[in-house]
Design a binder for this molecule. Structure first.
Ligand code: B12
Ligand code: SF4
Length: 498
């Protein structure tokens, strides 16, 4: 059987303008996972439009038997366009993933079969039924397990296109239920948080070349027993890695130290809002009352860099939210920041509430990219919100503020590392663009590995190393009465600094 798999791109990733490095970070892991279920003698082509232009004439002309497309909300329009073209040329087209699960009737107009929820149970069933000649139009996942997964077909990934080819997930979902998150809609009808067997996860890690790993799990620290066993197994493997975790989990005594000892060097943390009344509104109850500044201090004392995620436009935000957020993040010494304009995703409680209140402005999914205002905000005009969002990026990444933020570290080596890491993301955009265009972005990986390795050098005699308590402040500025924050779907959405 001839199979074509496509991760379509959103416009920004393919346009003539400079390409943000974020689109050349991670390979299409979901599709490579699904490819693992295909037979060894199936002919599979896997395309990621974020990093390679599609030669559509050749692809359509090859008339694949099966075309598998994964739309995100921002690439749904493009995904449907491709699906329609392949169907018109006689291929059988299937669509699945998060956006399809949120809006199945919309997706069904462009596919022969659609898949709701994770694919581990329905995908192999479909393949059997497809080969037998009687596939169904709709498959809904109910059985949730990561047991006995076939190996991910990483051989199909063109590694040289990615800065972080070694991305992996060892769990699915998250134990929390935030109102704006994709998660509850996607996992409806079954478990919404489950983990791999630790031995399987370690075996997958062992298969990955080089040193660097990026865990794309929504919340790698969400199941403590699993996380501790995983980190124990990873100790001594010589890996350096990055991941996402909640504010709450960072503050748990002992867990972060184990992660650090296993190679954690940078954590994506959803600080989301400097206005604490926003938290209960969005059902971020698990993080209400936590101290943001203590989170940053604790991560730094463990030798872990912070990628902070913030969302603007929640109902308690006014025009001052941008400057206050940047000021807090810089003062706390956050290395990199990802800012988002609040975006209600279809399928979430937040979308339903806003729709009922008549606050959804349009359904142009291309603009649901967290850079555009797609709803009516309460305390800001849409113009203030968009301008403030861009200003926050500019202000956070001025050399002056990068320098101020770096100066919060106690040790000169860490200050230098901070400057290199933050400056590297935002100040070297032309260099990233060139590496991406020439397909050489992987060449920058050793530099990333060196930066991460040096940052996490073990520093004994801090309270954090004792693994029992939140360390005392050293030379950092007091961050003031900053609210306490959540991890979030917005946090998870970026995965890397934007
Ligand atoms: C890594 C990541 C990225 C990376 C790269 C994505 C890539 N190369 O795959 C980057 C940084 C580029 C990125 C960018 C963005 N992202 Co993003 N990203 C993620 C993240 C953290 C992990 C994705 C992943 O690899 N998961 C692991 C794999 C194994 O799972 P999977 O891809 O979902 O695939 C499984 C199932 O969905 C299913 N499946 C998927 N497709 C199909 C198809 C068929 C036929 C079948 C049967 C099954 C099936 O089976 C797969 C195997 O189990 C997710 C969060 C998450 N937990 O998924 C957000 C997430 C996907 N991103 C999101 C968003 C919003 C964005 C951005 C708009 C954010 C922004 N402000 O820029 C952009 C634009 C994305 C785009 N190109 O359109 C949202 C999507 C919301 C939605 N409803 O679509 C998510 C869910 C985060 C969130 N919580 O809101 N992202
Ligand atoms: S927003 Fe984050 S913490 Fe909340 S449910 Fe989603 S993944 Fe979990």
């Amino acid at each position: 059987m001839r199979v074509t798999m496509i991760l379509p791109a959103l416009t920004e990733a393919t346009g003539p303008a400079r390409r943000p490095v974020k689109y050349a970070l991670f390979p299409p892991l979901g599709l490579a996972t699904l490819a693992g279920y295909l037979d060894p003698d199936d002919e599979i082509d896997l395309y990621d439009e974020h990093v390679e232009p599609l030669d559509l004439a050749a692809m359509l002309g090859a008339r694949p038997d099966l075309v598998v497309i994964q739309p995100y909300i921002t690439s749904a329009r493009r995904a449907y366009q491709l699906a329609d073209m392949f169907r018109a040329h006689g291929s059988y087209v299937v669509l699945g993933g998060l956006h399809v699960t949120s809006l199945p009737d919309e997706a069904a107009l462009h596919a022969d079969s659609i898949f709701l929820g994770p694919g581990e149970d329905t995908w192999p069933l479909f393949l059997k039924e497809f080969r037998d000649g009687h596939p169904r139009p709709r498959y809904t996942s109910t059985l949730r397990t990561l047991e006995a997964l076939p190996p991910i077909r990483r051989d199909l990934i063109k590694r040289h296109h990615y800065l972080v080819p070694n991305s992996l997930v060892v769990s699915r979902g998250c134990p929390h239920h935030c109102d704006f998150c994709y998660k509850d809609a996607f996992f409806e009808g079954g478990k919404s948080f489950y983990v791999q067997a630790v031995d399987d996860a370690l075996a997958e890690i062992d298969r990955l070349p080089g040193r660097h790993l990026y865990f794309l799990d929504d919340h790698l620290l969400g199941n403590r027993r699993f996380a501790e066993a995983l980190f124990a197994g990873m100790r001594g493997m010589g890996r350096v890695w990055q991941a996402a975790g909640t504010v709450q989990s960072v503050l748990q005594p002992g867990l972060l130290e184990r992660a650090r000892d296993a190679g954690l060097r940078s954590l994506f943390v959803g600080f989301e809002s400097v206005n604490s009344p926003n938290l209960p509104d969005t059902r971020k109850t698990q993080n209400v009352g936590r101290d943001y500044s203590a989170v940053v201090r604790r991560l730094h004392d463990c030798g872990v860099m912070v990628n902070g995620s913030f969302v603007f436009g929640l109902d308690h935000d006014g025009p001052d939210v941008f400057a206050r957020t940047v000021e807090w993040a810089v003062g706390a010494g956050v290395e990199t920041a990802t800012f988002h304009i609040l975006t209600p995703y279809p399928g979430t409680g937040q979308f339903r509430r806003m729709e009922a209140a008549g606050r959804i402005r349009h359904r142009d999914w291309d603009l649901y990219d967290t850079r555009h205002v797609v709803y009516d905000p309460v305390g800001l005009t849409p113009g203030q919100l968009e301008n403030g969002y861009w200003r926050a990026y500019r202000d956070f990444y001025t050399w002056r503020n990068i320098g101020r933020s770096a100066a919060t570290h106690a040790h000169p080596r860490e200050r230098l590392r901070h400057l290199a890491y933050a400056g590297g993301w935002k100040k070297l955009e032309p260099a990233w663009d060139a590496l991406i265009r020439y397909g050489r972005v992987l060449d920058a990986l050793p530099l990333l590995e060196r930066t991460l390795t040096a940052f996490g050098r073990h520093r004994p005699n801090t309270a954090a190393d004792a693994g029992t308590s939140i360390p005392a402040d050293h030379e950092r500025p007091a961050a003031g009465a900053v609210p306490r924050s959540p991890q979030g779907g917005f946090a998870a959405s970026g995965a890397a600094p934007d």
